[in-house]
Ligand binder design. Structure first.
Ligand code: ATP
Ligand code: MG
Length: 407
């Protein structure tokens, strides 16, 4: 029944050259995620049409759902140009929208073919009258309608659409530049990564793995989560930097008083993350911290931890409610992976009473107790990078090796 999909772009308040960059990027993402050589694309000002050419529209929509920077799409059906055919088509379109409650609606018509014998206001009148007569759940509201039935008469055919499917919104991933996502196996950081991509930031991941102190499965979780995030990434792939954290982690357990262990561990993570970011052209650090969630996420902790880096740290979830985070985690199919019960370096050896208001002078003093600089250097040097994509699944456990050996 549907002949084409009308695709509307997201936030186009951008001007001039930036707008062109936005549209070019979003169009190339659309082609990549739709990934169907049989459909055709037609650019039209601030919109894009996908001509289905007989292809299944559900499959195409699944592709569009992975493109950041789209506000909505509509399935458009085609009919002959005579008014009886348009009426029938319009009624079908409206019927598929109304269920068991009264809906306010209006009709909007457009004549691209000015030779067409009926003028737009007249088309609107005829179609609205016909649709109202043949349905019982519609009331006209021209100012604030819930449903807009659009009619467009062109030279070759007439088109009708009304349903608007909500897109991801945001900006096309990549237009904002690149950030380094601190990715644990938990619930929060993959959601932070998704929201960053949605806002146009291309991501690379960094994971601190302490195998064999922590299990190989916890590193596998990170790989599986990255695979889920890669669905939204350009070329469906994301680089992930695996940091062999065991030696530094052990040194911290040996040298740092228990209450300050997490604070200082996180200061080390931030230091390393900034170094890896700089090496890889990432302009910001991203993470899943949310104010108040755990001891290391009080404002005082955050400020003491943040103090070791110069690069901006973006925390997309800083003010999010956990339930809202979980809802997104489920939507992007990460939740089931995130809740698998394997310990990572933040959950193994959790101090009984972590400092919730750590003092900077104390951190500096404790860090002087051992030569962390050279350990940080060594750790950065030994970091291995892998590229995760949505096509080949990487299974560390099957290989039966610790991460550092696999890569
Ligand atoms: P998450 O659910 O993402 O694990 P969390 O609530 O468990 O978050 P923390 O463990 O305190 O919180 O970690 C806060 C943030 O620090 C994480 O969201 C993540 O961005 C980063 N982080 C924690 N552990 C690691 C790790 N092993 N590797 C990389 N980043 C990490
Ligand atoms: Mg965690």
């Amino acid at each position: 029944m549907y002949e084409r999909i009308l695709v509307r772009y997201g936030d186009l308040t951008l001007k001039g050259k930036n707008k062109k960059v936005f549209i070019d990027k979003v169009n190339s993402l659309v082609r990549e995620k739709v990934n169907n050589p049989r459909v055709k694309y037609e650019k039209n000002h601030d919109r894009l049409y996908i001509l289905l050419n007989g292809e299944n529209h559900d499959e195409i929509i699944k592709g569009l759902d992975k493109v950041s920077g789209l506000s909505s799409y509509s399935l458009v059906s085609k009919s002959e140009r005579d008014i009886e055919s348009i009426k029938a088509n319009a009624l079908l379109a409206v019927e598929s929208e109304i269920k068991d409650k009264v809906v306010t609606f209006k009709v909007e018509s457009k004549r691209s073919d000015k030779q067409y014998p009926i003028q737009s206001p007249e088309i609107t009148k005829i179609i609205a009258g016909y649709v109202l007569k043949n349905t019982s759940m519609l009331v006209v509201d021209v100012h604030n309608p819930e449903l807009v039935l659009n009619i467009e008469v062109r030279h070759d055919a007439a088109f009708v659409y009304c349903k608007k499917i909500k897109g991801m919104g945001g900006f096309p991933v990549g237009v904002a530049g690149k950030g380094l996502l601190m990715l644990s196996g938990g619930i929060d950081s993959p959601v932070a990564g998704f929201l960053s991509m949605k806002q146009g930031i291309e991501i690379e991941g960094i994971h601190f793995e302490s195998t064999p102190l922590t299990s190989i499965e916890s590193a596998q979780k990170v790989i599986d989560l990255t695979e889920k995030l890669a669905v939204y990434a350009p070329h469906s792939r994301i680089k992930i930097h695996m940091v062999p954290f065991m030696e530094l982690h052990t040194a911290l357990l040996n040298h740092i008083p228990e209450a300050y262990n997490i604070t200082i561990m996180r200061r080390m993570m931030y230091r390393i993350a900034e170094r890896i970011a700089l090496k890889n052209g990432c302009k910001v650090l991203l993470n899943g911290e949310s104010v108040g969630q755990v001891a290391s996420q009080t404002l005082q902790s955050m400020s003491v931890i943040n103090e070791v880096v110069n690069m901006p740290v973006i925390r997309p979830l800083a003010t999010y409610d956990k339930l809202d985070i979980i809802a997104i985690s489920k939507k992007i199919e990460c939740f089931k992976i995130s809740i698998k019960p394997f310990e990572d370096c933040c959950t193994v050896y959790v101090p009984k009473r972590p400092a919730t208001a750590p003092r900077l002078e104390a951190c500096i003093r404790y860090e002087e107790a051992f030569d962390f600089d050279s350990l940080v250097d060594k750790t950065v040097e030994e970091t291995k990078t892998i590229t995760i994509n949505t096509k080949e699944h990487l299974d560390l456990t099957m290989l039966g090796l610790v991460v550092s050996e696999v890569i």
